[in-house]
Design a protein around this ligand. Structure first.
Ligand SMILES: *Cc1c(COP(=O)(O)O)cnc(C)c1O
Length: 399
């Protein structure tokens, strides 16, 4: 069966939650995907920051196969080797003292919200997050998300969430009340349009938390796991959170999420307070162990930073050629956005549509930027190839 036959079949069956591109992906290798018609795509989205080591990275595939033939699942009433190995790697290379495993980004943030409340004195339950943020699609994480469009139709949302204007430390401080227990933010907003927080701003948020006795929660579901050129994004801001969430790239495509926390916060979770049937599944953990080891390998992180600079410089050059459409690159490491002008924003959806038709996968984030999340194993030649496609599409849009 070819693309159209599968698409027609799927459209009659799925709840229509996604606006999908007309391709049925059947195969992936490295930075490339192939659809049911045999068309090839250069994947500069990586399943939205998931397949960071590229599609079907052989050492991960091998770990999955080996673990699947050994032990696929046991209850968290027992210990497993892959889960323990992964915990040692994450705790050993982060601020965190303890980890909780779950299956997705939203679940990791749910766990973080629950832990922040449980670890805080009675009467402190309110969490302040930032406008433009994205924290997931469950009711609590949707309530934490600072974008109205994700709330509409789902009210009443759980209580205890407030949203502060982006970039305004004084406004954030003014929102802190005796009920506040934590501040939650992404060090770089991904869905919000590839928008990093200024170093001084994020350090200011840390200082606010210290001064008011609040917990600081970082959502690194999208920007953790080497995406920015360090294993965790917070490393580049000179501060540490109290709780950190991870998911997307952790399993290179297998569903897994994690929440890390400092000992004195983590101590609030005692047996029976929180759990997940599938969380820390041995196969997902075996994949994640290889992911973390690979990212910590010689030269990996510096190469992400270097390729990010290379890509950003090319995007900046392109923006100079089309100043009426594009402003320039914004991002960290290999999460890069091409910021569009007002005229460019109008064309955003059409630009990504044309990129797709030309065989380049990207998307339009926060109604402000073309977002590129190539696999971290991308080569300069592949970046050049992507740039040629982006340049051709902008030339076409410029008429
Ligand atoms: C994707 C994402 C989530 C939600 O993750 P899911 O696995 O889709 O639940 C939460 N926070 C951020 C920053 C994300 O990018």
């Amino acid at each position: 069966m070819k693309n159209q036959a599968w698409i027609d079949k799927g459209n009659a069956l799925f709840m229509q939650t996604y606006g999908r591109y007309p391709a049925v992906m059947v195969e992936g290798k490295g930075c490339r995907l192939k659809d049911a018609d045999g068309r090839e795509y250069l994947d500069f989205l990586s399943g939205i920051a998931v397949c960071s080591l590229g599609h079907c990275y052989p050492p991960v595939t091998e770990a999955i196969c080996r673990q699947a033939a050994t032990l696929v699942h046991v209850s968290n009433l027992y210990y497993t080797v892959p889960q323990t190995e992964l915990a040692a790697l994450l705790v050993g290379h982060s601020f965190g003292d303890r980890v909780f495993f779950c299956n997705s980004g939203a679940e990791a943030n749910e766990a973080a919200i629950k832990l922040a409340r449980k670890a805080s004195p009675a009467g402190k339950y309110e969490i302040i997050s930032l406008e433009g943020s994205f924290h997931g699609r469950t009711l609590a994480t949707v309530a934490a998300t600072g974008q109205k469009k994700f709330h509409e139709g789902f009210e009443p949302l759980p209580e205890g969430f407030r949203h502060a204007p982006f970039g305004d430390l004084a406004a954030l401080e003014a929102m802190i009340s005796p009920a506040t227990c934590a501040i939650l933010c992404e060090p770089l907003q991904g869905e919000g349009g590839v928008r990093p927080l200024d170093k001084e701003y994020l350090q200011g948020i840390r200082a606010l938390c210290d001064r008011h006795g609040l917990l600081l929660l970082f959502d690194e579901v999208q920007v953790g796991m080497a995406r920015t050129g360090t294993l965790f994004a917070y490393e580049q801001f000179g501060i540490e959170p109290d709780i950190l969430t991870l998911a997307k790239a952790l399993g290179n495509g297998l569903p897994i999420g994690a929440m890390l926390a400092k000992e004195k916060v983590a101590a609030a979770f005692t047996p029976g307070t929180h759990a997940s049937t599938f969380g820390g599944n041995p196969v997902a953990c075996a994949a994640a162990v290889v992911v973390v080891q690979t990212m910590l390998g010689d030269g990996f992180l510096p190469s992400v930073a270097a390729k990010g600079r290379y890509f950003a410089a090319k995007l900046d050059d392109l923006a100079k050629r089309y100043p009426h459409l594009a402003i320039g690159a914004r991002g960290m490491g290999l999460i890069q956005g091409l910021l569009l002008t007002d005229q460019g924003k109008e064309l955003g959806p059409r630009i990504v549509q044309r990129l797709f038709q030309q065989g380049l996968l990207a998307n339009f984030a926060g109604n402000t930027a073309l977002r590129f999340l190539p696999p971290l194993i991308v080569t300069e030649a592949e970046i050049d190839q992507a740039m040629a496609t982006i340049a051709a599409v902008l030339a076409e849009m410029a008429g």
